[in-house]
Design a protein around this ligand. Structure first.
Ligand code: SAM
Length: 387
């Protein structure tokens, strides 16, 4: 998923730093999990991982990529007579054989469980008939430039999203899928929808003409999952500053908070809607981009007046040995404040800051709203061992 601050490209940097510090095993908290990229990596490194984020879409990724231990069996769904009759069709089986060839070259999807997931994904994105619903009505346009319509998805893709999200809801309510299966399918849907979203990466604006990615039909991919012997990983949704006092002790506390004053809940309101659904009560949308009420998801870390306090509270309440913070040179918490607080709550002589230059993540709205100095940004890792 395209996500501001996604640490995918920075994993080797984090990996090398943890190696240098000899941080190998133990319990880790990925406190601002986002796409769960770092949580999944820490799990693959051998750690017992707890992840947290304020967003519901992140919770789906955390459940799918960190908590779930390998592909689930989908046994109840597969046993269902409707599904059985589709499976018996030779052309369905051929579609399942050919659809994921690209990914099968990258990782092993030959297990019975992976096969079951592939069948469910093809059933959802190819066999079932799409229908218009909340997303189609509010976030799609039938053709270019239609007055007043929000061009986040083509009508065809929006209808698919409506149908698939509705089907997941029905399966969850009816007990046809368990929690692991539901969140894995939801994460697949969020990724697939994002890959055909007519945005430049964030949902703060849609592009006024159709981009080539948006015109492709929505198709699922099979995700790479990490299994972990008997380590139990956990996903949480909420304000991590409020949760941290109750989470117990960690060997590693990894912090990757927002760097600027833009709230993630507003940047990713459409994935949030897809994650939460609209089945009990449809939310009231506002403005050109169809924003949803998000007061309860606003973060202190994105407030110039509160961010230093948020870091201070975090360090004060955390029960952790090693603290590692990802932050860049344009973040709203000043470098001096980070150093001061890390030295106040940590062992001064252990304090370190290492930097790497990276190509900046840009979206169109960034270009309009901000005047950046260049295309490069320095990503820092701040480290301290807590007292
Ligand atoms: C820089 S992003 C993290 C990116 C993530 N490491 C990744 O690789 O995808 C910051 C994240 O912090 C979350 N967030 C902001 N304030 C929070 C809070 N008080 N508690 C928990 N999560 C918060 C945002 O929703 C966002 O997903």
């Amino acid at each position: 998923m395209r996500y501001i601050g996604n640490k995918n490209k920075l994993l080797p940097f984090i990996d090398a730093f943890l190696d240098d510090m000899g941080i190998e095993r133990g319990r880790a908290l990925d406190a601002f999990a986002g796409t769960a990229t770092v949580g999944r990596y820490l799990k693959s490194r051998g750690m017992e991982v707890v992840t947290c984020d304020i967003l519901s879409s992140s919770y789906a990724f955390q459940r799918a990529y960190v908590v779930t231990n390998g592909y689930p069996s989908f046994s109840r769904l597969i046993a269902d007579s409707n599904f059985q009759s589709v499976r018996e069709d030779g052309s369905f089986q051929q579609m399942v054989e050919s659809r994921f060839a690209e990914q099968e070259e990258l990782f092993d999807t030959s297990s019975d469980e992976a096969r079951a997931l592939k069948e469910v994904l093809v059933y959802l994105d190819t066999v079932l008939a799409s229908h218009a619903g909340f997303i189609t009505k509010n976030y799609s346009a039938p053709h270019e430039g239609q007055e007043g319509s929000r061009m986040y998805f083509t009508e065809a893709n929006a209808r698919c999203i409506d149908m698939i999200r509705g089907q997941l809801h029905t399966w969850q309510k009816g007990g046809s899928v368990d929690d692991d299966e539901f969140h894995l399918l939801l994460a697949c849907l969020l990724e697939a929808a994002d890959s055909v979203a007519n945005t430049t990466g964030v949902y703060a604006a849609f592009v006024k003409t159709w981009q080539s990615n948006a015109l492709r039909p929505l198709k699922f991919k099979i995700p790479l999952l990490v299994s972990s012997d008997n380590r139990v990983c956990e996903a949480l949704q909420g304000d991590v500053n409020q949760l941290i006092p109750k989470l117990g002790s960690f060997d590693l506390l990894y912090l990757d908070p927002p760097y600027n004053t833009r709230q993630y809940s507003a940047y990713y309101h459409v994935p949030e809607l897809i994650a939460e659904g609209w089945f009990d009560e449809e939310p009231t949308l506002r403005g050109k981009t169809g924003l949803v009420p998000d007061e309860h998801k606003k973060s202190q870390w994105s407030s110039r007046t509160d961010c230093v306090f948020a870091l201070e509270e975090m360090l004060k309440n955390a029960d952790a040995t090693h603290v590692l913070l990802s932050y860049n040179n344009e973040g709203i918490i000043g470098e001096n404040d980070i150093e001061r607080l890390f030295k106040e709550f940590g062992l001064t002589h252990t304090y370190q800051r290492v930097g790497r230059d990276y190509k900046r993540y840009r979206s169109d709205s960034d270009n309009q709203a901000r005047n950046y100095k260049g295309n490069r940004v320095t990503e820092y890792l701040y480290y301290v061992r807590l007292k």
